[in-house]
Design a protein around this ligand. Structure first.
Ligand code: MN
Ligand code: MN
Ligand code: MN
Length: 286
């Protein structure tokens, strides 16, 4: 089993890297990439914990990226984290500025100190909308997370702040320069029209992008087939990950996303550490 997309509490996940590792070992995951939002801070602890354990750790990150008017998530896999420091610093500043703005808008909605509370929820100051949603829930302003986005945090809502992330080209280049491969995370989640999605894939490929996430947490078999088709059309490799954030936040447990369609070429087919691991990760049948 392989899971190339999950989060620790260094971004918006609930678990420590050690707890995540234990979960992965219990689930018999052979290869795990930690892909926290715009940070690599959890990687070192994960590597330390995984030492001597029957699992391969892949260095990962999930970068928030601007493409035209859309917020797109790009996974960087098998990266050298030090080479991403500049981009990470840039994203961190942007994230904190944005979070403070969201805090001010929520104050105007009658929720005091939302930024500080979100930082408390997160345990760090690089907070994002899920943390604010948790605060709104905690304060009894909304009765569930979805409502927090629908009423306050979603695009066009009173506490929505548009972001100023690095652009697609910058992100892909940074990942490639850091020795990694760039993957478009959950391509169907952005609600792009077919034409726009094709345009994105073309631009991504031209920038040096390597793959798309064919299977993510809630991917339906028909969607996986669609994405597998796009892989062959745009000559992209296929990635897979649960996008696990923690119990209660994720519909699919770590490593339990559906299998990649058999016609896909997995993104890891050239990874030495993974291929040489003695496990047939490419076995994608049923
Ligand atoms: Mn997240
Ligand atoms: Mn994402
Ligand atoms: Mn994610």
């Amino acid at each position: 089993m392989i899971d190339l997309h999950c989060h620790s509490y260094y971004s918006d996940g609930l678990l420590s890297p050690e707890a995540l590792l234990q979960l992965a070992l219990d689930a018999d995951i052979k290869c795990l990439a930690l892909t926290d939002h715009d940070t690599c801070d959890g990687l070192e602890r994960l590597h330390v914990a995984a030492k001597g354990k029957p699992i391969t750790i892949i260095n990962g990150i999930e970068l928030s990226v601007q493409w035209k008017k859309h917020d797109i998530h790009i996974l960087g896999l098998d990266i050298n984290p030090e080479n991403l420091n500049l981009v990470i610093e840039q994203q961190k500043t942007q994230r904190i500025d944005r979070a403070k703005s969201i805090g001010l808008l929520l104050k105007a909605c009658g929720v005091d100190n939302a930024y500080e509370k979100a930082c408390e929820v997160a345990g760090h100051n690089r907070v994002g909308r899920p943390h604010f949603a948790a605060v709104l829930l905690q304060e009894g302003v909304v009765s569930d997370i979805q409502m927090a986005f629908k009423r306050y945090l979603g695009r066009g809502k009173p506490a929505y702040v548009s972001s100023n992330w690095i652009n697609l080209t910058e992100a892909v280049q940074a990942i490639v320069n850091a020795g990694g491969v760039a993957v478009i995370a959950h391509p169907l989640k952005y609600k792009l029209t077919r034409t726009k999605l094709h345009e994105l894939l073309k631009a991504f490929k031209m920038d040096g992008g390597a793959g798309i996430e064919v299977v993510s947490s809630e991917t339906m078999p028909s969607d996986a087939q669609t994405l597998a088709g796009l892989c062959s059309r745009f000559e992209l490799l296929a990635s897979t990950g649960s996008d696990y954030h923690g119990t209660g936040l994720s519909r699919v447990p770590l490593g339990r996303q559906m299998q990649l369609p058999s016609q896909c070429t997995p993104i890891w087919h050239t990874w030495k550490g993974v291929r040489g691991h003695g496990v047939d990760f490419c076995n994608t049948s049923g």
